[in-house]
Design a binder for this molecule. Structure first.
Ligand SMILES: [Zn+2]
Length: 394
């Protein structure tokens, strides 16, 4: 999910912050009983490989190749654009075009300043979190390959007695084991090299997928799984389906803007992550009441088309898929906005995956939610008729 650093997002408060608690036990039981798993061993292997492949904003090509390799058998054709957005297409000749979309880029850092002592100061590439940087291990991407480094931090002993300083962009720095600028240069590191974290995929308690940049490569995984299911179940769609993995979402929905203008779709279903607000220090009054394991999140926002949203809700009910609701002020902060406001207005909706600890290296999503987002997109596609008149006023 894109984080606008300058204009904080304000979500509408939930009108009934406690309404879910009473039926919690009952819901969990219901969800447990009815859950229909759709991912398989092979797809999880792809998911793990994809998450472990670096895909920093503006430098997504390595991850995009992994994604394309997986999706190619399930689509009729594919293409990429100049900046790396990758698109798998089913029925490329069809006039009516439907997009399902996720974003491929992961937040990262840029090398910004190398000191004479061989230390490296960074700037953000996307909404990278300065608070979690100290003591993390990183990969600096250079033309000579990956160079390892660590975010150093003064020892607790040397800080005692003084007012604790919080990590900020002004004081976090990388140490790559060099003591002069010349040594750093010799490793192939220069201003503009991009930096990602080491952290890799894991599963917690057989319940949560954990990793860096599940925002939003979980989305890329889920739309690829939709393509796989359509192919394996031999479903014939009456429209062209464009499975879009967009670049550069984290710095302002840029890849989606570019590809929306190229494809000129009639309809777009976007998937991204949203905050699980059930963990400590998150205010449900401002952030809403959402939790991992309770199902896909359907968004309400001006950019989201209400008539397409109705199809999502009806489809979820028809197939007994759990879902949650979220409201967004002004914009959704996702590629939904880019599609909705392109080409004179593209009918768009957003299905979000609840996620814990966004923009940290331990982002967590619930296995069942992943299955259910895939199922909801898949079943919704089977409901869509080409030429459907979505206008509010006829
Ligand atoms: Zn994000």
């Amino acid at each position: 999910m894109h984080m606008n650093i300058f204009f904080k997002k304000h979500k509408l408060p939930s009108l009934h912050p406690n309404s879910n608690q009473m039926s919690k036990k009952k819901d969990e039981k219901k969800e447990e009983k009815k859950h229909h798993s759709v991912v398989n061993k092979k797809s999880i292997e792809f998911f793990e490989k994809y998450i472990n492949t670096h895909s920093p904003t503006g430098f997504e090509w390595t991850g995009q190749k992994v994604w394309l390799d997986y999706i190619k058998p399930y689509v009729d054709t594919h293409f990429v654009d100049n900046y790396g957005t990758a698109v798998g297409v089913i029925n490329p000749e069809a006039e009516y075009k439907v997009v399902i979309e996720a974003h491929a880029d992961e937040i990262s850092w840029f090398v910004n300043y190398i000191t004479n002592d061989g230390l490296i100061y960074v700037i953000r590439n996307g909404g990278s979190d300065h608070q979690i940087a100290p003591s993390k291990r990183v990969n600096i991407h250079t033309e000579k390959g990956i160079v390892k480094a660590v975010f150093g931090w003064p020892a607790i002993h040397t800080r005692s007695g003084e007012k604790e300083e919080a990590p900020t962009l002004k004081n976090i720095f990388l140490d790559c084991g060099c003591t002069t600028k010349e040594e750093v240069d010799a490793l192939g590191i220069h201003v503009g090299c991009v930096i990602t974290y080491e952290d890799e995929f894991m599963v917690l308690n057989d319940r949560y997928y954990v990793g860096r940049a599940l925002d939003n490569r979980a989305g890329g995984f889920m739309i690829a799984e939709v393509a796989r299911l359509l192919n394996e179940n031999k479903k014939k769609l009456p429209f062209g389906l464009y499975i879009v993995n967009s670049v550069q979402e984290e710095i302002g929905l840029r890849g989606a803007e570019m590809i929306a203008n190229r494809i000129k779709p009639n309809l777009a279903i976007v998937t991204d992550v949203t905050h699980d607000t059930s963990t400590p220090m998150i205010n449900k009054i401002t952030q809403g009441d959402l939790a991992c394991g309770k199902g896909p999140v359907i968004s309400y926002a001006p950019a989201v088309h209400n008539n397409l949203n109705k199809i999502l809700v009806d489809t979820a009910k028809k197939h007994d898929l759990p879902f949650q609701r979220q409201a967004s002020s002004r914009s959704t902060g996702t590629d939904t906005d880019a599609f909705a406001y392109s080409n004179g207005g593209v009918v768009s909706a957003l299905i979000s995956l609840p996620l814990r600890y966004m923009h940290t290296t331990v982002e967590m999503v619930h296995k069942h939610d992943v299955d259910n987002v895939i199922s909801l997109i898949y079943e919704t596609l089977l409901e869509i008729k080409p030429g459907h008149d979505f206008r509010y006023i006829k």
